[in-house]
Design a protein around this ligand. Structure first.
Ligand code: ATP
Length: 294
């Protein structure tokens, strides 16, 4: 029987992000087009005989106790399943942190998915997603992966036609953004422009990459861009370098650009890195759930 499992915990971007209201408990109601990308953390889960949970990461500023959402995921399952004695987690982070790319949520999803396999817990996906939702609104989507519409607080998921093949340039400026603060500040905006989410769903059905990119929009840019004007500068630079369109992901500050040509994406990568506006710059591709499994 295997004692260890290695998993890729994939990041996401939002091709469209709209906020359509607020729930009674203060959570915002969203409509988001979610897309998994081929940029990932490595999550290793190892059984150990000694009771308890241990966690190590390659980034010394991340918590390694119950403040780490991946630790919380392991703790949830350990409480409910007596066959789990001890577990060792190792996370090698590559996804930028506090960047609007669901880095923590995808690590937590990988821990839920991986422990289910490693300990033969036989938890059905629906139940695994319920565990995920108790940790964070993006965790159920990180379990589903691929292209999806997320509604409610992000937990109500509908699979969509896959994103057409393309190159995605990611650039994270060296500032951190608090998701909570961005959503709180959104309420002060008067009539923010709402992105055409339904048009994007049609664009996906028609596999029209140009239209999909042209319809991209993120209502949260109205909050984060004034706080960090370099986001607008990176968007402009990507578009000047041949991106069909560029947009901020989630609550930011990461910017991504959609390219149909690989060479132009790499040229833009060099330009942005040389500008000093972003240090973490990657060319990646959309992840298609039909082509790959975990
Ligand atoms: P989202 O797009 O879901 O808002 P994000 O990409 O903006 O997420 P994360 O990278 O998940 O943000 O980090 C948010 C905060 O969570 C950080 O301040 C970090 O200290 C904390 N954190 C806890 N666990 C993790 C983890 N496993 N990976 C990254 N950050 C974590």
């Amino acid at each position: 029987m295997a004692n260890v499992i290695h998993l890729k915990a994939l990041a996401k971007i939002n091709l469209g992000l709209d906020v359509i209201g607020t729930r009674e408990d203060g959570y915002h109601l969203v409509r988001m087009i979610m897309q998994t990308i081929d940029l990932f953390d490595w999550v290793t889960i190892r059984k150990r005989e000694r009771d308890g949970i241990s966690l190590r990461t390659n980034l010394n500023f991340l918590p390694t106790d119950e403040h780490n959402i991946a630790y919380q995921a392991a703790d949830l399952l350990k409480r409910d399943f007596a066959q789990i004695d001890g577990v060792e987690l190792h996370i090698h982070k590559c996804i930028p942190v506090a960047a609007g790319m669901a880095g923590g949520s995808t690590d937590a999803a990988a821990v839920l998915y991986g422990m289910n396999q490693l300990y033969h817990l036989d938890i059905p996906m629906k139940r695994l997603m319920e565990y995920g939702l108790s940790l964070g609104a993006d965790v159920p989507y990180c379990l589903l992966r691929g292209t999806a519409l997320a509604e409610g607080i992000g937990e109500n998921l509908t699979r969509l036609a896959p994103m057409p093949d393309c190159y995605i340039l990611i650039a994270k400026p060296p500032v951190s953004v608090s998701t909570k603060l961005v959503y709180q500040s959104l309420d002060a905006l008067k009539e923010p422009p709402h992105p055409p989410i339904d048009a994007q769903i049609r664009d996906l059905e028609e596999q029209d990459l140009n239209a999909l990119a042209m319809h991209m929009g993120n209502v949260l840019e109205g909050v984060t861009v004034p706080m960090h004007p370099e986001i607008a500068q990176i968007k402009e630079m990507m578009e000047a370098q041949g991106a069909i369109a560029a947009m901020m992901s989630g609550s930011g500050p990461t910017v991504f650009g959609i390219f149909s040509e690989e060479s132009r994406a790499y040229e833009a990568k060099t330009k942005i890195r040389n500008s000093g506006l972003a240090r973490q710059v990657y060319v990646t591709k959309p992840y298609n759930h039909k082509e790959k499994n975990r």
